[in-house]
Design a binder for this molecule. Structure first.
Ligand code: SF4
Ligand code: SF4
Length: 301
């Protein structure tokens, strides 16, 4: 039985496919989107989260940290030296205040399914089910296949959210276990796509086309990031792509949210996205939606 590296299991999700769902977030991603809402998902390895504001200055963690990454700071609370931290997680288990947490656990498909099945009644009533997200679930195909097939054998509706950067053989292997693909599409201009995500657009669009032509059900999900991809040219690119993929279930616009910035500090990460980038207004979102509708795009949500 394979294990998957999971960084979160979110019950009662309502934004990751139809109905009420449990979303399982997998660690590791080949893209480097400037606006990544789960920056802790990118690195496939476990990472230490430290929330200094929760520290109650008990001092219990100093002794367990063998590399000496934790020490008393000038304010009396713990201070973390990330250059020394090996992300071993020894400190996380002893912090009663839950200021320290190791994010990224290796779980068996059966362990995850046991959590997912707790809310089966809600899925039945709402038309929901299981969604695998990330990170990029396609980086862990063995575990994902096992979990999807186990979930399907229990009658659950299964979605996979993907950024599409994987070999066709991975899609081909997994598609019999997927009811609906939530396929991200981030930018239409090739050079801007590479700048925003760190990967070339061509591979992703080729996979999308192959998946579509194989008869898979696909919802195209487009993050709308002010100062980056909210240009008319990109909206025209979305409309052109939707025409090229007539069997799409539809297109969903995902407005930018900036709550993820708080996570950067927890994980000692940085971003190149300027902090002048703010969530769009309702009017802006409506304007983009109306623009796409007038060009024949079937919008969902
Ligand atoms: S164990 Fe937790 S609460 Fe205690 S000093 Fe360390 S980080 Fe702070
Ligand atoms: S994760 Fe390990 S190395 Fe890092 S601070 Fe905790 S005990 Fe030290």
């Amino acid at each position: 039985m394979s294990t998957g590296r999971v960084f979160d299991i979110q019950r009662f999700s309502i934004h990751d496919g139809p109905g009420i769902r449990t979303t399982v977030f997998l660690k590791g991603c080949p893209l480097r989107c400037l606006w990544c809402s789960n920056p802790e998902s990118i690195d496939p390895k476990p990472q230490l989260s430290f929330m200094a504001e929760k520290c109650i200055a008990c001092g219990a963690c100093y002794a367990v940290c063998k590399p000496g990454a934790l020490a008393k700071g000038t304010d009396g609370k713990a201070q973390l030296d990330r250059a020394r931290c090996t992300n071993c997680g020894d400190c996380a288990g002893i912090c009663d205040a839950q200021a320290l947490e190791l994010v990224g656990r290796d779980l068996r498909a059966g362990e995850v399914l046991e959590v997912v099945l707790r809310d089966r009644d809600y899925y039945v009533q709402s038309g929901g089910g299981l969604t695998l997200s990330g990170g990029e679930p396609l980086l862990q195909p063995e575990f994902v296949e096992e979990l999807l097939l186990a979930a399907r054998s229990q009658g659950l509706h299964c979605c996979v959210e993907t950024a599409g950067y994987a070999g066709w053989e991975v899609f081909d292997r997994l598609k019999r276990g997927v009811d609906l693909w939530l396929f991200d599409y981030k930018e239409s201009d090739p050079s801007l796509h590479a700048k925003f995500t760190g990967r070339e657009r061509e591979t992703i669009v080729a996979r999308l086309q192959q998946l579509h032509d194989s008869g898979a059900k696909i919802l195209l999900r487009c993050p709308m990031i002010p100062q980056c991809n909210t240009r008319t040219e990109h909206l025209d690119g979305i409309a052109a792509l939707a025409r090229q993929l007539p069997q799409l279930v539809g297109v969903e616009l995902l407005p930018y949210f900036d709550l993820w910035r708080a996570k950067l500090k927890r994980f000692g990460l940085t971003t190149a996205l300027p902090d002048t980038v703010k969530p769009p207004s309702r009017e802006q979102l409506k304007g983009w939606s109306d623009y796409l509708r007038t060009r024949g795009v079937r919008l969902i949500g």
